[in-house]
Ligand binder design. Structure first.
Ligand code: ASP
Length: 358
């Protein structure tokens, strides 16, 4: 009996010293939590997540509430239905959720006809042994599991954007080394020419690649990537996005890739990211950030390090990460643009927006 009571008395005693609260399930709850962090000034999304986590819901549930609010509000016109059309004028959704305690992940990619990206991702995590479902099969799964659909994900805004782009000869686009390069497809691989160099034959591609910055700017793609630490210190992350505008149909960006757009390990911390997903997913920047923090790096350095690894190879990429350690200390780093992120914690009465300079 004494063996069972002593630890409890010790915990109650410590709680008076370190402002720890004992939850219903006997788990110690620290008052430095909860914490909600989101890419961009998506204040309503952060408030929605805060309401959930402050009301004692889990980090996972708060992430769902937050990202779902952004999908409903169509944050920046690039999250939820009706944003970023692909080359065919269609809007699709990439979303991810990760539980940093269990390391379970659920994700959907290039999902059509279903508006609820983050809820579909959570269904994958909760009710399957898989991690990622894609395309129409992801939609069929989500609808079979009870989400509304099939719905047309286009909006007046996405159709207008797409028509203007068509009138502009489908420029800019994500093709390279193809003909025609200055109008719409179908595209073919550009002819190669052989050039003799010192008796050896070298193959060259004709044409000059378009700078990426013309494709991936602040107004043609965005992701809500959100991290929550709940009152028990449990960490979860989630993302939702339409991906890049005018992408080649079938393209999946970093949004549904764990370790790229977001990552969480409860004992180390979390990371959220946004930017040029085609480039960023090659570096798994959020995995890098969380792993660096696990090895003892401060959030600011971990964030900067992850961004500079990408910038060294792709100096014109646009992107940003926010590192959040297990104590709730956060810091952002970005490249190619000025980045903002939002935070709600017990230290403030409402959402605070932080600006990060490249
Ligand atoms: N990373 C997303 C993508 O490339 C878009 C963004 O965050 O801006 O799909």
């Amino acid at each position: 009996m004494t063996n069972r009571i002593l630890p409890f008395i010790t915990l109650v005693f410590l709680s008076t010293l370190f402002s720890i609260v004992i939850g219903d399930d006997g788990v110690a709850i620290s008052e430095q939590y909860p914490l909600v962090v989101s890419t961009w000034p998506f204040k309503e999304a952060v408030r929605a997540a805060w309401r959930a986590v402050d009301g004692n819901h889990s980090a996972v549930d708060a992430v769902v509430e937050g990202c779902s609010a952004c999908e409903e509000l169509r944050c920046d016109g690039t999250v939820g239905p009706g944003g970023s059309p692909d080359e065919n004028g269609e809007t699709t959704i990439d979303a991810l959720i990760m539980n940093g305690v269990t390391m379970e992940v659920g994700a959907v990619a290039a999902m059509r006809f279903v508006k609820d990206g983050i809820r579909a991702a959570k269904l994958v995590m909760q009710h399957t042994k898989h991690t990622l479902l894609v395309g129409e099969k992801a939609s069929a799964f989500a609808i079979a599991m009870g989400l509304p659909g099939p719905d047309n994900l286009s909006s007046a805004d996405s159709i207008r954007k797409w028509s203007t782009w068509k009138e502009n000869h489908c420029q800019p686009n994500f093709w390279k080394d193809v003909v025609p390069s200055d109008s719409c497809g179908p595209y073919h691989a550009k002819a190669r020419i052989d050039v003799k160099e010192g008796g050896c034959s070298t193959r060259y591609l004709m044409g000059v690649a378009e700078p990426r910055s013309s494709l991936v700017g602040p107004h043609n793609h965005d992701t809500i990537s959100m991290a929550v630490i709940d009152k028990r210190g449990h960490v979860a992350v989630g993302t939702s996005t339409n991906g890049a505008t005018y992408k080649i149909p079938g393209r999946v960006g970093d949004g549904p890739i764990a370790g790229s757009s977001a990552y969480a390990v409860t004992d180390s911390g979390a990371c959220v990211a946004t930017g040029d997903g085609d480039i960023m997913m090659r570096f798994l920047p959020c995995y890098q950030v969380v792993e660096s923090m696990r090895l003892g790096m401060e959030p600011r350095l971990a964030a900067k390090d992850a961004i500079s690894r990408i910038a060294r190879k792709f100096p014109d990429f646009l992107g940003a990460v926010v590192a959040i350690n297990k104590n709730g200390v956060h810091a952002g780093a970005c490249h190619g643009w000025t980045f903002e992120y939002s935070v709600r914690s017990p230290a403030t009465d409402d959402v605070e927006v932080f600006t990060v300079l490249p």
